[in-house]
Write a protein that binds this ligand. Sequence first.
Ligand code: PLP
Length: 348
Amino acid sequence: MSTPRFVLNLTRLAELYSLYTKLGSVYYPMKANDHFAVVDHLAKLGSSFEIDSIAHLRMLLGRGVPASRVLFSLPVDTHANREKAVALGVRFFTVDSIEEFRVIRELSPHSRFLLRVSISDALGSRSRPLEKWGCNLAELPTIVREMREACVGASLYLPSEVYGLDSLTRCVKAITGRLPATTFKILDIGGGLDTPGSDKLREAVETYRRETGVSKIIVEPGRNLVGPSMKLYVTVTARRSRFGRDWLYVDCGIYSGLLDCVLKDRVFEVSLVGQEQEAATQAFVLAGPTSDSSDILGTCELPDSIVAGDVLCVADSGAYTYSVRTCFYRSRAPTVKVVKGADEVDNH
Ligand SMILES: Cc1ncc(COP(=O)(O)O)c(C=O)c1O
């Protein structure tokens, strides 16, 4: 098998998408994985798209997705980009300050807006990543008063590091009652949402719908929609013993997509392909191919018979991998193979 290679399973993507549609209208965040096959399949299934960039907007339009299915949600973007978004037909924006609303309103008097609320404020928890986006709860009524009917609802996003159903519920409760009923038609609960099929989540979302009185819930699942829909196959290029530890060097590292290993201390599930898993396993340190000593993917348990040339499978690796690969070292980016149904590795 030629590696490194992603295998995207469209059947799995459709199954997960279908679970998310039971919660609300899906606006897929394109940053999670912008491979054309992901975008085309979700568009065919009826998804809308949450985007942060003009490049993604152009890609969607070029692939036949109308601007009416787009939510442009990068608060604090440049004026030039806002102008382009409006010129290309976007009429639905997320903003988190009155200044930004005024600018876009000037460009496009008939656009609709979601007001992003600070989760730092709602959770009563201070940290830079939580404080980066969202207007404070205290300023919400004043902003909404000025936005009037242009504001159609509120939006929030709990990053996976802080996501939990209780936290999500606390955030929704913090907003409830602060927006007038005439304004609060849409509640966008963002991404995170780790268990799309769970009854608890569905019940919680129904409660949000009832208690806020909104007519539409938006969900923006990235990591848990496209993540499990893709696997990454890599080849062991060398095995070495160093300072009492066994190391496996593979042909894909943090710079070719597995950046989450260092950014989020993510531990991917890794298995040996094409052989029965043996009883005898041992811990290996897995390292990427570049000479950068930070290019380390973590520790994993694998059969101790493993040798150079063996192929490993990195499960649940479709989110923030393909789309964050870098050109460092000009190394070969993983290719993408698209399959349906059971993704038999021998067929790749
Ligand atoms: C506004 C917004 N929505 C949705 C997402 C997707 O989140 P996740 O991939 O955790 O589901 C992100 C991720 O950064 C985001 O910033």
